[in-house]
Design a protein around this ligand. Structure first.
Ligand SMILES: [Zn+2]
Length: 595
Protein backbone atom coordinates (compact mmCIF):
# COMPACT_ATOMS: atom_id res chain seq x y z
CA UNK A 1 0.00 0.00 0.00
CA UNK A 2 1.22 3.49 -0.70
CA UNK A 3 2.61 5.04 2.50
CA UNK A 4 0.46 8.17 2.35
CA UNK A 5 -2.68 6.11 2.05
CA UNK A 6 -1.50 3.85 4.84
CA UNK A 7 -0.77 6.83 7.10
CA UNK A 8 -4.21 8.22 6.38
CA UNK A 9 -5.83 4.92 7.19
CA UNK A 10 -3.84 4.55 10.41
CA UNK A 11 -4.67 8.05 11.54
CA UNK A 12 -8.32 7.45 10.72
CA UNK A 13 -8.37 4.32 12.81
CA UNK A 14 -6.40 5.90 15.66
CA UNK A 15 -8.58 8.96 15.60
CA UNK A 16 -11.76 6.94 15.75
CA UNK A 17 -13.63 8.89 18.36
CA UNK A 18 -14.21 12.49 19.33
CA UNK A 19 -15.80 14.26 16.43
CA UNK A 20 -14.90 11.45 14.06
CA UNK A 21 -17.26 8.65 13.10
CA UNK A 22 -18.60 6.64 16.00
CA UNK A 23 -19.25 3.39 14.17
CA UNK A 24 -16.47 0.88 14.71
CA UNK A 25 -16.66 -0.96 11.43
CA UNK A 26 -15.98 1.98 9.13
CA UNK A 27 -19.54 1.84 7.82
CA UNK A 28 -21.31 5.10 7.19
CA UNK A 29 -22.67 6.77 10.31
CA UNK A 30 -26.36 6.31 10.98
CA UNK A 31 -28.56 9.42 10.89
CA UNK A 32 -28.60 9.34 14.71
CA UNK A 33 -24.82 9.43 14.89
CA UNK A 34 -24.71 12.18 12.28
CA UNK A 35 -27.18 14.22 14.33
CA UNK A 36 -25.13 13.65 17.49
CA UNK A 37 -21.95 14.62 15.64
CA UNK A 38 -23.65 17.86 14.77
CA UNK A 39 -24.45 18.50 18.45
CA UNK A 40 -20.84 17.76 19.32
CA UNK A 41 -19.60 20.12 16.62
CA UNK A 42 -21.84 22.78 18.17
CA UNK A 43 -20.56 21.90 21.68
CA UNK A 44 -24.07 21.31 22.93
CA UNK A 45 -23.22 18.34 25.17
CA UNK A 46 -23.17 18.90 28.94
CA UNK A 47 -21.11 16.61 31.19
CA UNK A 48 -22.89 16.80 34.52
CA UNK A 49 -20.18 15.04 36.52
CA UNK A 50 -16.58 16.16 36.43
CA UNK A 51 -13.86 16.82 38.96
CA UNK A 52 -11.34 19.45 37.89
CA UNK A 53 -8.23 20.59 39.73
CA UNK A 54 -7.87 24.22 40.72
CA UNK A 55 -4.93 25.30 38.57
CA UNK A 56 -4.64 26.93 35.16
CA UNK A 57 -3.03 23.75 33.82
CA UNK A 58 -5.84 21.49 35.03
CA UNK A 59 -8.48 23.73 33.50
CA UNK A 60 -6.61 24.01 30.21
CA UNK A 61 -6.32 20.25 29.99
CA UNK A 62 -9.99 19.76 30.81
CA UNK A 63 -10.95 22.23 28.06
CA UNK A 64 -8.71 20.47 25.55
CA UNK A 65 -10.38 17.15 26.36
CA UNK A 66 -13.88 18.66 26.26
CA UNK A 67 -13.20 20.38 22.93
CA UNK A 68 -11.94 17.18 21.36
CA UNK A 69 -15.03 15.33 22.59
CA UNK A 70 -17.57 18.03 21.71
CA UNK A 71 -18.56 18.79 25.31
CA UNK A 72 -19.57 22.42 25.76
CA UNK A 73 -20.11 22.66 29.50
CA UNK A 74 -18.43 20.68 32.26
CA UNK A 75 -19.98 20.63 35.71
CA UNK A 76 -17.27 20.57 38.36
CA UNK A 77 -18.91 18.85 41.31
CA UNK A 78 -15.99 19.40 43.67
CA UNK A 79 -15.43 23.14 43.54
CA UNK A 80 -14.93 23.19 47.33
CA UNK A 81 -16.57 24.73 50.36
CA UNK A 82 -17.39 28.36 51.09
CA UNK A 83 -15.40 28.31 54.34
CA UNK A 84 -13.15 31.39 54.25
CA UNK A 85 -9.51 30.74 53.40
CA UNK A 86 -6.49 31.59 55.52
CA UNK A 87 -6.78 34.98 57.28
CA UNK A 88 -10.30 35.47 55.97
CA UNK A 89 -9.29 35.22 52.31
CA UNK A 90 -11.57 33.84 49.61
CA UNK A 91 -12.86 30.31 50.05
CA UNK A 92 -11.79 27.40 47.88
CA UNK A 93 -15.14 27.62 46.08
CA UNK A 94 -14.64 31.29 45.28
CA UNK A 95 -11.09 30.75 44.04
CA UNK A 96 -11.99 27.81 41.81
CA UNK A 97 -15.03 29.49 40.31
CA UNK A 98 -13.27 32.78 39.77
CA UNK A 99 -10.33 31.15 37.98
CA UNK A 100 -12.52 29.01 35.70
CA UNK A 101 -14.90 31.90 34.91
CA UNK A 102 -11.98 34.17 34.07
CA UNK A 103 -10.07 31.71 31.89
CA UNK A 104 -12.98 29.90 30.23
CA UNK A 105 -16.19 31.88 30.70
CA UNK A 106 -19.28 29.79 30.14
CA UNK A 107 -17.46 26.44 30.00
CA UNK A 108 -17.73 25.29 33.63
CA UNK A 109 -20.44 25.28 36.26
CA UNK A 110 -19.58 24.72 39.90
CA UNK A 111 -21.22 22.77 42.68
CA UNK A 112 -20.56 23.76 46.27
CA UNK A 113 -19.54 21.24 48.95
CA UNK A 114 -20.30 21.20 52.65
CA UNK A 115 -17.82 21.75 55.48
CA UNK A 116 -18.66 19.29 58.30
CA UNK A 117 -16.16 20.73 60.79
CA UNK A 118 -18.93 21.87 63.14
CA UNK A 119 -20.94 18.64 63.01
CA UNK A 120 -20.96 18.03 66.76
CA UNK A 121 -22.09 21.54 67.60
CA UNK A 122 -25.73 22.26 68.40
CA UNK A 123 -26.02 24.83 65.63
CA UNK A 124 -24.59 22.65 62.85
CA UNK A 125 -27.81 22.58 60.81
CA UNK A 126 -28.12 26.33 60.92
CA UNK A 127 -24.48 26.84 59.91
CA UNK A 128 -24.78 24.26 57.14
CA UNK A 129 -27.83 26.03 55.69
CA UNK A 130 -25.82 29.26 55.76
CA UNK A 131 -23.07 27.55 53.77
CA UNK A 132 -25.61 26.49 51.16
CA UNK A 133 -27.08 29.99 50.98
CA UNK A 134 -23.63 31.50 50.62
CA UNK A 135 -22.76 29.02 47.88
CA UNK A 136 -25.91 29.99 46.01
CA UNK A 137 -25.06 33.68 46.38
CA UNK A 138 -21.57 33.04 45.05
CA UNK A 139 -22.95 31.34 41.96
CA UNK A 140 -23.04 27.63 42.80
CA UNK A 141 -25.12 25.74 40.24
CA UNK A 142 -25.82 22.92 42.69
CA UNK A 143 -24.72 21.07 45.81
CA UNK A 144 -22.66 17.87 45.70
CA UNK A 145 -22.32 15.30 48.44
CA UNK A 146 -20.19 12.22 47.97
CA UNK A 147 -20.02 8.77 49.45
CA UNK A 148 -18.35 9.91 52.67
CA UNK A 149 -21.84 9.97 54.28
CA UNK A 150 -22.38 6.49 55.68
CA UNK A 151 -18.88 5.26 54.86
CA UNK A 152 -16.16 7.66 56.03
CA UNK A 153 -17.43 10.71 57.89
CA UNK A 154 -17.66 10.16 61.64
CA UNK A 155 -18.92 12.31 64.49
CA UNK A 156 -16.89 13.21 67.59
CA UNK A 157 -17.87 9.91 69.18
CA UNK A 158 -16.58 7.93 66.20
CA UNK A 159 -20.00 7.03 64.82
CA UNK A 160 -20.60 7.13 61.08
CA UNK A 161 -22.68 10.11 59.95
CA UNK A 162 -25.67 8.88 57.99
CA UNK A 163 -27.20 10.57 55.00
CA UNK A 164 -30.65 10.46 56.60
CA UNK A 165 -29.48 12.07 59.83
CA UNK A 166 -32.20 14.63 60.70
CA UNK A 167 -29.48 17.24 61.22
CA UNK A 168 -29.07 17.31 57.45
CA UNK A 169 -32.76 17.73 56.66
CA UNK A 170 -32.61 21.54 56.73
CA UNK A 171 -29.81 21.37 54.13
CA UNK A 172 -31.78 19.24 51.66
CA UNK A 173 -34.85 21.41 52.23
CA UNK A 174 -32.99 24.66 51.66
CA UNK A 175 -31.48 23.32 48.42
CA UNK A 176 -35.00 22.77 47.15
CA UNK A 177 -36.14 26.25 48.17
CA UNK A 178 -33.13 27.80 46.45
CA UNK A 179 -33.59 25.71 43.32
CA UNK A 180 -30.17 24.18 43.84
CA UNK A 181 -30.03 20.61 42.51
CA UNK A 182 -28.26 18.06 44.66
CA UNK A 183 -25.88 15.51 43.13
CA UNK A 184 -25.41 12.73 45.59
CA UNK A 185 -23.23 9.65 45.75
CA UNK A 186 -24.00 6.93 48.25
CA UNK A 187 -22.51 3.45 48.59
CA UNK A 188 -20.54 1.98 45.66
CA UNK A 189 -20.48 -1.07 43.34
CA UNK A 190 -21.78 -4.27 44.88
CA UNK A 191 -18.40 -5.97 44.50
CA UNK A 192 -16.88 -3.54 47.00
CA UNK A 193 -18.81 -5.43 49.74
CA UNK A 194 -17.70 -8.88 48.54
CA UNK A 195 -14.54 -10.71 49.73
CA UNK A 196 -11.29 -8.85 49.20
CA UNK A 197 -9.38 -11.26 46.99
CA UNK A 198 -8.47 -11.82 43.38
CA UNK A 199 -11.77 -13.58 42.69
CA UNK A 200 -13.57 -10.26 43.24
CA UNK A 201 -14.67 -8.98 39.80
CA UNK A 202 -13.46 -5.50 40.75
CA UNK A 203 -10.11 -6.80 42.00
CA UNK A 204 -8.03 -4.63 39.63
CA UNK A 205 -9.57 -1.55 41.21
CA UNK A 206 -9.75 -2.80 44.78
CA UNK A 207 -6.15 -4.03 44.97
CA UNK A 208 -4.98 -0.46 44.31
CA UNK A 209 -7.60 1.13 46.58
CA UNK A 210 -7.99 -0.83 49.81
CA UNK A 211 -10.03 2.08 51.19
CA UNK A 212 -12.76 1.37 48.63
CA UNK A 213 -13.46 -2.02 50.15
CA UNK A 214 -16.40 -2.04 52.56
CA UNK A 215 -16.75 -5.75 53.24
CA UNK A 216 -15.80 -5.46 56.92
CA UNK A 217 -19.21 -5.62 58.61
CA UNK A 218 -17.77 -4.36 61.90
CA UNK A 219 -16.84 -1.12 60.24
CA UNK A 220 -19.34 -0.53 57.45
CA UNK A 221 -23.10 -0.82 56.97
CA UNK A 222 -24.45 -3.13 54.28
CA UNK A 223 -24.77 -1.60 50.85
CA UNK A 224 -28.56 -1.77 50.62
CA UNK A 225 -28.90 -0.04 53.97
CA UNK A 226 -27.04 2.95 52.53
CA UNK A 227 -29.21 3.01 49.41
CA UNK A 228 -32.35 2.80 51.51
CA UNK A 229 -31.25 5.67 53.75
CA UNK A 230 -30.77 7.91 50.70
CA UNK A 231 -34.13 6.80 49.39
CA UNK A 232 -35.75 8.02 52.62
CA UNK A 233 -34.09 11.42 52.20
CA UNK A 234 -35.28 11.72 48.60
CA UNK A 235 -38.83 10.81 49.65
CA UNK A 236 -38.77 13.25 52.59
CA UNK A 237 -37.85 16.20 50.34
CA UNK A 238 -40.13 16.11 47.31
CA UNK A 239 -39.35 19.77 46.50
CA UNK A 240 -35.62 19.08 46.14
CA UNK A 241 -34.16 17.51 42.99
CA UNK A 242 -31.69 14.74 43.75
CA UNK A 243 -29.42 13.60 40.94
CA UNK A 244 -28.38 10.22 42.25
CA UNK A 245 -25.01 9.76 40.60
CA UNK A 246 -23.50 6.59 39.15
CA UNK A 247 -26.87 5.53 37.77
CA UNK A 248 -28.72 6.02 41.01
CA UNK A 249 -25.82 4.36 42.86
CA UNK A 250 -27.10 0.95 41.85
CA UNK A 251 -26.26 0.15 38.24
CA UNK A 252 -26.25 -3.57 39.07
CA UNK A 253 -29.99 -3.60 39.72
CA UNK A 254 -31.97 -2.05 36.91
CA UNK A 255 -35.32 -3.04 38.42
CA UNK A 256 -34.36 -1.21 41.61
CA UNK A 257 -33.39 1.92 39.67
CA UNK A 258 -36.61 1.75 37.67
CA UNK A 259 -38.69 1.44 40.83
CA UNK A 260 -36.82 4.25 42.61
CA UNK A 261 -37.24 6.64 39.66
CA UNK A 262 -40.90 5.70 39.32
CA UNK A 263 -41.52 6.23 43.04
CA UNK A 264 -39.64 9.55 43.34
CA UNK A 265 -40.50 12.21 40.74
CA UNK A 266 -37.80 14.44 42.26
CA UNK A 267 -35.04 11.93 41.54
CA UNK A 268 -32.76 11.76 38.52
CA UNK A 269 -29.82 9.51 37.65
CA UNK A 270 -26.49 10.37 36.06
CA UNK A 271 -24.41 7.94 34.01
CA UNK A 272 -21.06 8.81 35.56
CA UNK A 273 -18.55 5.96 35.44
CA UNK A 274 -21.25 3.31 35.20
CA UNK A 275 -21.69 2.54 31.52
CA UNK A 276 -19.32 -0.44 31.92
CA UNK A 277 -21.73 -1.85 34.50
CA UNK A 278 -25.03 -0.84 32.85
CA UNK A 279 -23.68 -2.08 29.51
CA UNK A 280 -23.44 -5.66 30.81
CA UNK A 281 -27.21 -5.95 31.09
CA UNK A 282 -29.52 -7.04 28.30
CA UNK A 283 -29.37 -4.02 25.94
CA UNK A 284 -33.09 -4.30 25.14
CA UNK A 285 -33.93 -4.05 28.83
CA UNK A 286 -31.56 -1.10 29.34
CA UNK A 287 -32.99 0.64 26.31
CA UNK A 288 -36.55 0.26 27.63
CA UNK A 289 -35.46 1.75 30.95
CA UNK A 290 -33.81 4.71 29.20
CA UNK A 291 -36.88 5.33 27.07
CA UNK A 292 -39.17 5.13 30.07
CA UNK A 293 -37.09 7.57 32.15
CA UNK A 294 -35.75 9.69 29.28
CA UNK A 295 -36.51 12.93 31.15
CA UNK A 296 -34.58 11.83 34.22
CA UNK A 297 -31.27 10.46 32.93
CA UNK A 298 -28.27 12.74 32.46
CA UNK A 299 -25.05 12.37 30.54
CA UNK A 300 -22.08 12.41 32.91
CA UNK A 301 -18.63 10.85 32.90
CA UNK A 302 -16.80 11.33 36.24
CA UNK A 303 -13.76 12.51 34.27
CA UNK A 304 -11.19 13.77 36.76
CA UNK A 305 -8.49 16.19 35.71
CA UNK A 306 -5.92 16.54 38.46
CA UNK A 307 -2.20 15.83 38.13
CA UNK A 308 -3.49 12.44 37.08
CA UNK A 309 -6.21 12.12 34.46
CA UNK A 310 -8.90 9.63 35.47
CA UNK A 311 -11.48 8.38 32.97
CA UNK A 312 -14.17 6.87 35.16
CA UNK A 313 -11.75 5.09 37.45
CA UNK A 314 -8.06 4.28 37.75
CA UNK A 315 -5.48 2.52 39.87
CA UNK A 316 -1.70 2.54 39.96
CA UNK A 317 -1.28 1.95 36.24
CA UNK A 318 0.34 4.67 34.09
CA UNK A 319 -2.04 7.63 33.95
CA UNK A 320 -4.43 8.15 31.06
CA UNK A 321 -3.43 10.47 28.22
CA UNK A 322 -5.47 12.98 26.25
CA UNK A 323 -5.65 10.44 23.42
CA UNK A 324 -7.11 7.93 25.88
CA UNK A 325 -9.72 10.54 26.78
CA UNK A 326 -10.77 10.79 23.11
CA UNK A 327 -11.22 7.03 22.96
CA UNK A 328 -13.12 7.10 26.26
CA UNK A 329 -15.63 9.67 25.01
CA UNK A 330 -15.96 7.92 21.64
CA UNK A 331 -16.95 4.78 23.52
CA UNK A 332 -19.52 6.71 25.58
CA UNK A 333 -21.12 7.91 22.32
CA UNK A 334 -20.83 4.45 20.78
CA UNK A 335 -22.73 2.86 23.64
CA UNK A 336 -25.56 5.38 23.56
CA UNK A 337 -25.86 5.87 19.80
CA UNK A 338 -25.11 2.58 18.03
CA UNK A 339 -26.44 -0.95 18.27
CA UNK A 340 -22.98 -2.55 18.40
CA UNK A 341 -22.83 -5.75 20.42
CA UNK A 342 -20.23 -7.23 22.70
CA UNK A 343 -17.33 -4.79 22.60
CA UNK A 344 -14.70 -3.79 25.20
CA UNK A 345 -15.90 -0.98 27.48
CA UNK A 346 -14.34 2.40 28.22
CA UNK A 347 -12.88 1.87 31.71
CA UNK A 348 -10.98 -1.46 31.59
CA UNK A 349 -9.94 -1.33 35.27
CA UNK A 350 -13.61 -1.71 36.25
CA UNK A 351 -13.62 -5.30 35.03
CA UNK A 352 -12.90 -7.77 32.26
CA UNK A 353 -16.14 -7.92 30.37
CA UNK A 354 -17.74 -6.56 27.20
CA UNK A 355 -20.75 -4.32 26.80
CA UNK A 356 -23.53 -3.92 24.24
CA UNK A 357 -24.81 -0.59 22.94
CA UNK A 358 -28.40 0.59 23.37
CA UNK A 359 -28.92 2.65 20.16
CA UNK A 360 -31.15 5.43 21.49
CA UNK A 361 -33.22 7.56 19.11
CA UNK A 362 -32.05 11.15 18.56
CA UNK A 363 -35.09 12.58 20.36
CA UNK A 364 -34.05 10.76 23.55
CA UNK A 365 -30.32 11.32 23.11
CA UNK A 366 -30.70 15.07 23.08
CA UNK A 367 -32.55 14.92 26.39
CA UNK A 368 -29.77 12.86 27.97
CA UNK A 369 -26.96 14.88 26.36
CA UNK A 370 -28.23 18.36 27.13
CA UNK A 371 -31.97 19.08 27.36
CA UNK A 372 -32.44 17.51 30.79
CA UNK A 373 -29.32 19.22 32.12
CA UNK A 374 -30.30 22.57 30.61
CA UNK A 375 -33.63 22.43 32.42
CA UNK A 376 -32.02 21.31 35.66
CA UNK A 377 -29.35 24.01 35.52
CA UNK A 378 -31.40 26.71 33.76
CA UNK A 379 -30.79 29.31 36.47
CA UNK A 380 -27.02 28.94 36.21
CA UNK A 381 -26.32 28.47 32.51
CA UNK A 382 -24.11 31.10 30.90
CA UNK A 383 -25.90 34.03 29.23
CA UNK A 384 -26.37 33.11 25.58
CA UNK A 385 -24.94 35.33 22.91
CA UNK A 386 -26.18 36.21 19.42
CA UNK A 387 -23.56 37.52 17.02
CA UNK A 388 -25.04 39.90 14.50
CA UNK A 389 -23.00 39.89 11.29
CA UNK A 390 -22.17 43.23 9.71
CA UNK A 391 -23.31 43.87 6.16
CA UNK A 392 -21.96 46.66 4.01
CA UNK A 393 -25.18 47.41 2.19
CA UNK A 394 -28.71 47.78 3.49
CA UNK A 395 -31.52 45.93 1.80
CA UNK A 396 -35.28 46.27 1.61
CA UNK A 397 -37.40 43.49 3.07
CA UNK A 398 -38.76 41.93 -0.06
CA UNK A 399 -40.25 38.53 -0.82
CA UNK A 400 -37.98 38.20 -3.82
CA UNK A 401 -34.81 39.18 -2.05
CA UNK A 402 -32.07 36.57 -2.09
CA UNK A 403 -32.09 34.87 1.33
CA UNK A 404 -28.54 33.53 1.11
CA UNK A 405 -27.16 36.57 2.95
CA UNK A 406 -28.85 35.36 6.13
CA UNK A 407 -27.01 32.04 5.92
CA UNK A 408 -23.72 33.84 6.57
CA UNK A 409 -24.84 34.66 10.14
CA UNK A 410 -24.67 32.02 12.88
CA UNK A 411 -28.12 31.14 14.25
CA UNK A 412 -29.36 30.85 17.82
CA UNK A 413 -32.38 28.82 18.88
CA UNK A 414 -35.62 29.76 20.59
CA UNK A 415 -36.63 26.33 21.89
CA UNK A 416 -37.03 26.38 25.67
CA UNK A 417 -40.21 26.94 27.63
CA UNK A 418 -39.71 30.37 29.12
CA UNK A 419 -41.04 29.41 32.53
CA UNK A 420 -39.47 26.01 33.08
CA UNK A 421 -36.54 25.85 30.68
CA UNK A 422 -37.85 22.57 29.22
CA UNK A 423 -36.94 22.09 25.57
CA UNK A 424 -39.55 21.86 22.80
CA UNK A 425 -37.36 20.76 19.89
CA UNK A 426 -40.28 20.36 17.47
CA UNK A 427 -40.76 24.12 17.56
CA UNK A 428 -37.07 24.99 17.63
CA UNK A 429 -36.94 28.44 16.03
CA UNK A 430 -33.73 29.64 14.36
CA UNK A 431 -32.90 33.32 14.63
CA UNK A 432 -30.14 35.09 12.73
CA UNK A 433 -29.08 38.72 12.95
CA UNK A 434 -27.42 41.15 10.55
CA UNK A 435 -26.59 44.82 11.06
CA UNK A 436 -25.46 47.85 9.13
CA UNK A 437 -24.81 51.44 10.12
CA UNK A 438 -28.56 52.04 10.01
CA UNK A 439 -30.50 48.90 10.83
CA UNK A 440 -30.61 45.73 12.86
CA UNK A 441 -32.10 42.84 10.88
CA UNK A 442 -33.59 39.74 12.51
CA UNK A 443 -34.75 36.59 10.76
CA UNK A 444 -36.90 33.96 12.51
CA UNK A 445 -37.59 30.49 11.06
CA UNK A 446 -40.58 28.98 12.84
CA UNK A 447 -41.71 25.38 12.31
CA UNK A 448 -45.43 25.10 13.06
CA UNK A 449 -48.26 22.59 13.19
CA UNK A 450 -51.21 25.02 12.95
CA UNK A 451 -51.18 28.82 12.98
CA UNK A 452 -53.35 30.84 15.33
CA UNK A 453 -53.92 34.50 14.45
CA UNK A 454 -56.44 37.34 14.36
CA UNK A 455 -58.56 37.31 11.23
CA UNK A 456 -58.80 39.75 9.59
CA UNK A 457 -55.53 41.35 10.65
CA UNK A 458 -55.37 45.04 11.50
CA UNK A 459 -52.28 46.59 10.05
CA UNK A 460 -53.46 50.19 10.53
CA UNK A 461 -53.10 50.22 14.33
CA UNK A 462 -51.50 48.37 17.18
CA UNK A 463 -53.61 45.56 18.56
CA UNK A 464 -53.36 45.46 22.33
CA UNK A 465 -55.43 45.90 25.46
CA UNK A 466 -53.67 45.61 28.81
CA UNK A 467 -57.01 45.40 30.64
CA UNK A 468 -58.54 42.49 28.75
CA UNK A 469 -57.41 38.91 28.39
CA UNK A 470 -56.92 37.28 25.03
CA UNK A 471 -57.30 40.27 22.71
CA UNK A 472 -53.72 41.51 22.30
CA UNK A 473 -51.32 40.53 19.56
CA UNK A 474 -49.29 38.39 21.98
CA UNK A 475 -52.37 36.30 22.74
CA UNK A 476 -51.99 34.63 19.33
CA UNK A 477 -48.89 33.38 17.49
CA UNK A 478 -46.04 35.90 17.45
CA UNK A 479 -42.29 36.19 17.40
CA UNK A 480 -40.81 38.82 19.69
CA UNK A 481 -37.55 40.67 20.34
CA UNK A 482 -36.74 42.64 23.50
CA UNK A 483 -33.75 44.91 22.95
CA UNK A 484 -31.86 46.81 25.65
CA UNK A 485 -29.39 49.31 24.22
CA UNK A 486 -28.24 50.69 27.56
CA UNK A 487 -26.57 48.14 29.85
CA UNK A 488 -26.62 50.81 32.60
CA UNK A 489 -30.39 50.73 32.61
CA UNK A 490 -31.57 47.21 31.88
CA UNK A 491 -35.19 47.95 32.82
CA UNK A 492 -35.48 50.19 29.77
CA UNK A 493 -35.86 48.32 26.50
CA UNK A 494 -37.82 48.19 23.27
CA UNK A 495 -40.17 45.37 22.33
CA UNK A 496 -41.08 44.16 18.84
CA UNK A 497 -43.73 41.64 17.91
CA UNK A 498 -44.82 40.22 14.58
CA UNK A 499 -47.62 37.72 13.85
CA UNK A 500 -47.78 35.26 10.93
CA UNK A 501 -50.23 37.72 9.31
CA UNK A 502 -47.53 40.42 9.52
CA UNK A 503 -49.59 42.32 12.06
CA UNK A 504 -47.03 44.05 14.22
CA UNK A 505 -46.51 45.90 17.43
CA UNK A 506 -43.68 47.91 18.95
CA UNK A 507 -43.39 49.63 22.29
CA UNK A 508 -40.87 51.09 24.67
CA UNK A 509 -40.73 49.47 28.09
CA UNK A 510 -39.51 51.23 31.23
CA UNK A 511 -40.46 48.74 33.86
CA UNK A 512 -43.07 48.69 35.16
CA UNK A 513 -44.31 51.15 32.49
CA UNK A 514 -45.06 50.50 28.85
CA UNK A 515 -45.30 53.16 26.16
CA UNK A 516 -47.40 51.91 23.25
CA UNK A 517 -47.38 55.37 21.61
CA UNK A 518 -43.71 54.93 20.87
CA UNK A 519 -43.07 54.05 17.27
CA UNK A 520 -39.85 52.75 15.82
CA UNK A 521 -41.03 52.62 12.21
CA UNK A 522 -39.64 49.11 12.05
CA UNK A 523 -40.54 46.98 9.07
CA UNK A 524 -41.34 43.31 8.85
CA UNK A 525 -41.84 40.67 6.21
CA UNK A 526 -43.61 37.35 6.78
CA UNK A 527 -43.67 34.26 4.59
CA UNK A 528 -45.80 31.23 5.37
CA UNK A 529 -44.80 27.97 3.72
CA UNK A 530 -47.69 25.62 4.41
CA UNK A 531 -46.04 22.78 2.54
CA UNK A 532 -42.91 22.82 4.70
CA UNK A 533 -44.90 23.91 7.77
CA UNK A 534 -42.55 26.82 8.30
CA UNK A 535 -43.27 30.49 8.73
CA UNK A 536 -40.50 33.01 8.59
CA UNK A 537 -40.36 36.57 9.81
CA UNK A 538 -37.80 39.22 8.99
CA UNK A 539 -37.58 42.46 10.97
CA UNK A 540 -35.68 45.59 10.03
CA UNK A 541 -35.28 47.87 13.02
CA UNK A 542 -33.80 51.39 12.70
CA UNK A 543 -30.86 51.66 15.09
CA UNK A 544 -31.26 55.39 15.62
CA UNK A 545 -34.50 54.91 17.57
CA UNK A 546 -32.87 52.42 19.95
CA UNK A 547 -29.87 54.45 21.06
CA UNK A 548 -28.46 57.85 20.26
CA UNK A 549 -25.02 56.33 20.07
CA UNK A 550 -24.73 54.03 17.08
CA UNK A 551 -23.32 50.61 17.84
CA UNK A 552 -19.91 49.72 16.46
CA UNK A 553 -18.07 46.42 16.14
CA UNK A 554 -17.82 44.97 19.63
CA UNK A 555 -20.83 46.80 21.07
CA UNK A 556 -22.85 44.56 23.42
CA UNK A 557 -26.56 45.08 24.01
CA UNK A 558 -29.08 43.09 26.00
CA UNK A 559 -31.50 40.91 24.05
CA UNK A 560 -34.09 38.24 24.58
CA UNK A 561 -36.09 36.48 21.89
CA UNK A 562 -39.46 34.80 22.25
CA UNK A 563 -42.05 32.90 20.32
CA UNK A 564 -45.67 32.15 21.19
CA UNK A 565 -47.33 29.23 19.46
CA UNK A 566 -50.85 28.76 20.74
CA UNK A 567 -51.63 25.46 18.96
CA UNK A 568 -48.83 23.87 21.01
CA UNK A 569 -49.43 26.01 24.13
CA UNK A 570 -45.83 27.14 23.76
CA UNK A 571 -44.25 30.25 25.26
CA UNK A 572 -40.68 29.82 24.15
CA UNK A 573 -37.63 31.87 24.98
CA UNK A 574 -34.07 32.04 23.75
CA UNK A 575 -33.00 32.52 27.37
CA UNK A 576 -35.83 31.25 29.60
CA UNK A 577 -36.96 33.84 32.14
CA UNK A 578 -37.92 31.08 34.62
CA UNK A 579 -40.97 33.11 35.72
CA UNK A 580 -44.46 33.63 34.34
CA UNK A 581 -43.47 36.77 32.38
CA UNK A 582 -41.15 37.55 29.49
CA UNK A 583 -40.25 40.82 31.17
CA UNK A 584 -37.20 39.73 33.17
CA UNK A 585 -34.32 41.93 32.01
CA UNK A 586 -31.87 40.10 34.31
CA UNK A 587 -32.40 37.11 32.02
CA UNK A 588 -31.58 38.87 28.75
CA UNK A 589 -28.81 37.33 26.66
CA UNK A 590 -26.22 39.32 24.74
CA UNK A 591 -26.52 40.84 21.27
CA UNK A 592 -23.01 41.29 19.93
CA UNK A 593 -22.40 43.61 16.99
CA UNK A 594 -19.72 41.59 15.22
CA UNK A 595 -17.84 41.83 11.93
ZN1 LIG B 1 -17.51 11.70 40.91
Amino acid sequence: MNPVLLATLVSLLAGYGGLLPVGADGAEDSPVVQQANQWRAEHRIIDLHQHIGSTTQHLARAIKIMDAAGVGIGVNLTAGTVTPGKEGGPSEFEREKQLADTLYPGRFLHYVNLDYAGWDRADFSEQAVKQIEKGRRLGAAGFKEWKRLGLYLRDGAGKLIRVDDPKLDPVWKRCGELNLPVSIHIADPRAFWLPYDDRNERWKELKDHKSWWFGDTNKFPPRMELLESLDRVVARHPETTFVCVHFANNSEELEWVDAALSRNPNMMADLAARIPEIGRHDPAQVRRLFLKHQDRILFATDVQVFDRLVLGSSGNEPPATDADAEVFFAKEWRWLETTDRNWPHMTPIQGDWNISSIGLPASVLRKIYFDNARKLLARSLPRPSLRARRISQDFELDKHHDDSLWQTAAPVLIESDSRSGAAQPDLSTRVRALWSGHYLYLNYECPFTRLTFFDPPQSDRKRFDMEREGVSLWDRDVVEAFINADPQNIRHYSEFEVAPTNERLDLMVSLPGRDFDWSSQFQSLVKVDRGRKLWTCQMRIPLAVLDQKKPSVGTLWGLNLFRCDRANKASLAWNPTLTGTFHEPERFGVLEFAE
